[in-house]
Design a binder for this molecule. Structure first.
Ligand SMILES: *[C@@H]1O[C@H](CO)[C@@H](O)[C@H](O)[C@H]1NC(C)=O
Ligand SMILES: *[C@@H]1O[C@H](CO)[C@@H](O)[C@H](O)[C@H]1NC(C)=O
Length: 468
């Protein structure tokens, strides 16, 4: 009793008691209520599981009536539906207010014959929805009206639909959108103001697998936050100076598998931040000496494989002093100049020349390639690869492929088994499976280069360089 009175009399006690009261209330209230799934029978045929951040609800091979009924069960209970996945259903039209009073964060409507989304079908989800995936459906246009209230959306996936035209302001209202993918539609036209509203946040845009025959320059030019642009697998025949103007933060540009025949001067000159450029699978035979102008400070990856290039475009490549990865596989290169890699070679770690028609390697070809780790010469017409040519790169190489060349067995190839042995000792990932063969004219038979009969060949010791 005395102590109680004493306690009460202390001036600081009121504050302490208030604090205890608040603490007590917090403890009584506990953490936010655990999300609870409805009875299975109430949401059947959908299936509900509890995940850390909310419910995960999956509805497959059913129809709108069943889905609407299941959604009805969840209304009023106000759970967080972290994932609502509707797949392989028959849902030609998403009706207004179907998700009313639901808090859905990630919504997927995949492969469900969806052709129309009514204006009010998604409007109630605006405060919580961050991802919307309506891939593999029958959408013929961007459902702009239905999307315009999704003001927290980060990712919109419209892949594998039937969209042919992207009209002006198609994504208006989606000001938080960071990733937009339209892969494998039927897009032939993108209006100049198509991406208006996306200019402050959009980081990735995928327009691959469509029917574009030119770069939609006007529409793209406002996207100055864009980091990655994919326009692969379209029908682009020409690219020209100014096509990528405005994309000053672009880090990765994928133009692979189009019908581009030439890379003209200054075409990428606005892309000073570009790190990776993919041009493989086109019909490129002409590369202007100023083709890569503007990319000097950042370009590290350049893919030019599966084209019709006749010679290493050394002059165009020379200013690229950061280039690490150069892929020229499957072209028509038959002659290599002595100085093919001078000027830019010392930063290269990866060089792919496989599937060309190279017959001779000039003796000083690899002289500057002092960072080279991967060298692919597979499937060329090489009869000789003498050790002195390989000397400058032999210490840095980790992976080399010289298979499928008409190599002559000779003592000058002894560097190869030695290199393999060294790499094996270094416990590197070097593939030992690819075993090059050579032809020995002495007994007219094929040997693995690793297993050439060096004694019979009179190679005096393993350090032989010259072969008469
Ligand atoms: C799409 O859904 C149908 C059932 O509606 C199914 O038969 C088909 O295999 C699904 N396709 C894919 C690619 O998932
Ligand atoms: C390779 O061997 C063939 C005969 O087996 C010979 O005709 C050819 O000149 C040799 N090539 C080189 C580069 O030594």
């Amino acid at each position: 009793m005395a102590s109680y009175q004493l306690w009460q009399m202390q001036p600081g006690n009121l504050a302490v008691m208030m604090l205890l009261l608040v603490l007590h209330q917090v403890l009584a209230q506990g953490p936010p209520p655990l999300q609870v799934c409805p009875e299975q029978s109430d949401i059947s045929p959908c299936i509900c599981t509890v995940k850390k951040n909310g419910l995960d609800i999956l509805c497959e091979t059913t129809d709108l009536a069943h889905i609407t009924k299941s959604m009805g069960t969840l209304k009023g209970k106000s759970p967080i539906i972290f994932y609502l996945k509707l797949r392989h259903n028959n849902l030609p039209k998403l009706q207004g207010f179907v998700f009313l009073a639901l808090d859905i964060r990630h919504l997927t409507i995949h492969n469900s014959s969806l052709a129309a989304i009514e204006e009010n079908a998604l409007s109630s989800l605006g405060k919580g929805l961050t991802q919307l995936d309506v891939s593999l459906n029958q959408m013929k246009t961007v459902p702009s009206q239905a999307l315009q209230h999704l003001f927290h959306l980060l990712i919109l996936n419209l892949n594998h639909n039937k969209i042919s035209v992207i009209h002006n302001n198609a994504f208006e209202g989606l000001e938080t959108l960071e990733i937009l993918t339209l892969y494998e539609n039927k897009i032939t036209q993108i209006d100049p103001e198509a991406f208006r509203g996306l200019e402050s946040k959009l980081k990735r845009l995928n327009l691959g697998g469509n029917d574009l025959n030119s770069v939609p320059q006007k529409a793209l030019s406002i996207l100055d936050t864009l980091k990655k642009l994919e326009i692969q697998e379209n029908k682009i025949r020409t690219i020209s100076e100014g096509d990528f103007e405005g994309l000053q933060n672009l880090d990765s540009l994928i133009l692979a598998h189009n019908m581009i025949t030439a890379v003209p001067a200054n075409v990428f000159s606005h892309l000073s931040q570009l790190n990776s450029l993919e041009l493989e699978g086109n019909k490129i035979s002409v590369i202007d000496k100023d083709a890569f102008k503007g990319l000097e400070e950042n370009l590290q990856y350049l893919r030019l494989g599966d084209n019709q290039i006749h010679t290493i475009p050394s002059e165009a490549l020379r200013p690229l002093h950061r280039l690490r990865h150069l892929d020229l596989r499957n072209n028509n290169i038959n002659v290599l100049a002595e100085d093919a890699f001078t000027g830019f070679g010392d930063s290269l770690t990866f060089l792919n020349l496989q599937k060309n028609d190279i017959k001779v390697l000039p003796s000083v070809l690899f002289e500057n390639l002092n960072s080279l780790e991967t060298l692919n010469l597979q499937n060329n017409k090489l009869q000789r690869i003498p050790q002195d040519i390989m000397e400058p790169v032999i210490d840095t190489l980790r992976i080399i492929d010289i298979t499928d060349n008409p190599l002559n067995c000779s003592c000058e190839l002894i560097w190869f088994p030695k290199l393999l042995e060294d790499l094996k000792n270094k416990d590197d990932e070097m593939s030992q499976k690819k075993k090059p063969l050579c032809h020995m004219s002495l007994d007219n038979r094929e040997y693995f280069v690793q297993a050439m009969p060096t004694e019979k060949m009179h190679c005096s010791g393993l350090n032989i360089i010259e072969n008469p």
